[in-house]
Design a protein around this ligand. Structure first.
Ligand code: HEC
Ligand code: HEC
Length: 276
């Protein structure tokens, strides 16, 4: 299992690097950074990168983009501050080569612009319990994904799906709080984490699935914080009462069956006695 995971991670890196080498900065940015960053379009999962090349020099940017966790660990003040601001939601290390990274930085610089206020996150405004329930079924694999991607539960655990979820990746109980609807949407449209990229590059999620999954992740973050809402406990209560009635009916049936058996048995015994 671990071996297979390693192999698929390696393939993912190779694929990403291969795709990467034939593209220019704009394309590279769109594919590897845009799921989390805009340039002058407001904060997404990570900060708005407009003007970032004026705040930091190229050497620092290169080091940071290659492995932000490492720069933060070494105590670089600027990096530590950004890490804190984003709750240590670390960006994944860049998998490409120095030329590609340099063309991405050049592209960010050429776009210029200025940092915008965070855009209001309206993505999930129209979501209902129907979306949440569908999202849960997709997440747990009870309903298959249209393009036959693996269900999320193979790698991620959540607090309200019974059984052990995957342990390859982190629990998603609180992801919504940091990522918000837009962030989850961006991540699911083009997952930037190698293990997820390789899983969904050939089996992409469709828009409806992304919407349902995002609604579900929002719901579990809320039930995690506040405890289950009455809306979700209600069906369980009904199920409980239903189950209890079934159980009583079954008991009653068994009792009658036992009685009839013993009556038959008595007649049979009497007959046997007279025949003797
Ligand atoms: C999965 C989401 C994600 C992806 C993909 C991602 N980043 Fe980030 N990025 C973040 C987060 C979160 C932060 C802030 C926290 C941290 O330090 O990791 C950040 C911080 C940064 C910063 C520091 C910003 C500042 O204000 O100093 C730069 C520069 C940056 N990212 C560039 C990139 C580039 C270039 C790419 C593509 C090669 C990329 N990021 C891909 C999430 C991401
Ligand atoms: C093959 C394994 C795999 C599968 C399948 C998978 N993921 Fe992931 N996912 C990862 C990895 C690895 C990360 C990076 C973070 C980590 O190391 O846990 C990640 C990160 C995430 C994040 C960001 C979490 C955060 O709080 O920073 C979200 C959201 C997410 N996945 C959602 C999903 C959803 C929804 C599905 C199902 C459609 C899914 N994933 C399927 C491996 C997977």
């Amino acid at each position: 299992m671990v071996f297979m995971q390693r192999v698929s991670m390696t393939i993912a890196f190779c694929l990403l690097t291969f795709y990467g080498s034939s593209q220019d900065g704009a394309d590279l940015f769109k594919r590897t950074c845009a799921p989390c960053h805009s340039i002058g379009g407001g904060r997404l999962v990570g900060p708005d990168l407009a003007g970032v090349t004026k705040k930091a020099d190229k050497v620092w940017l290169t080091k940071f983009i290659k492995n932000s966790a490492d720069v933060i660990k070494r105590g670089d003040l600027k990096a530590v501050a950004i890490g804190k601001e984003f709750n240590n939601l670390l960006m994944p290390p860049f998998g490409g080569n120095d030329n590609e990274l340099s063309s991405i930085i050049t592209y960010i610089e050429s776009k210029g612009g200025s940092v915008q206020a965070a855009v209001a996150d309206t993505f999930l405004n129209a979501a209902s319990m129907v979306n949440v329930i569908r999202g849960r079924a997709l997440f747990s694999g009870h309903v298959s994904l249209k393009n036959s991607g693996s269900p999320c539960i193979t790698c991620h655990s959540v607090h309200d799906v019974a059984g052990v979820g995957g342990s390859l990746a982190k629990s998603l109980n609180l992801s919504y709080i940091m990522l918000k609807g837009q962030g989850i949407k961006a991540l699911l449209q083009s997952p930037p984490f190698p293990a997820m990229t390789i899983t969904y590059i050939a089996h992409p999620l469709n828009d409806q699935e992304i919407y349902d999954l995002a609604a579900y992740l929002k719901n579990i973050s809320q039930t995690m914080v506040k405890g289950p809402t009455t809306r979700t406990t209600f069906p369980f209560l009904l199920l409980g009462i239903g189950g209890w009635c079934m159980f009583m009916l079954l008991l009653f049936g068994l009792w009658r069956l036992r009685k009839r058996l013993s009556v038959n048995h008595a007649i049979f015994a009497r007959q046997m006695a007279t025949e003797k």
